[in-house]
Write a new protein. Sequence first.
Length: 146
Amino acid sequence: MMDGPYSEVAQQLSRHGIQLTPQRLAIAKLLFACPQHLSADQVLQGVQSSDASLSKATVYNTLRLFVEKKLLREVIVDPSRVFYDSNMAPHHHLYDTVTGELTDICASSIRVSGLPALPPGVVAEGIDIVVRTRPEGAVSLCYPQV
């Protein structure tokens, strides 16, 4: 029987129908330690410090599984940059295109009105807003100046 944080993480994974493996537990322990935004490379780096045998493919497959099971949100800030968000409460994001920092925005601080008509038989599942920012005068490495 596991004790402490591993026990809570193991129970969370089991409740979502995820088969427990040492690799999945290590990844989950890192991700669910606190609300955070991590890239797959950051997850790999964070877990490899305690388990050098973990492969990049295992990390990507586990992240995909956790997203499918609604344990993580995938936040695509640009085509080449994806974060995994352990905060599942409704919220949006500020993304600093210079530093790469992703910050939560309370969902109630943004209002969306006038959604376009959806095709027949389709319902909106959610709205994810990423506000891209940069310090005044700084040149973004990702986007042209506006």
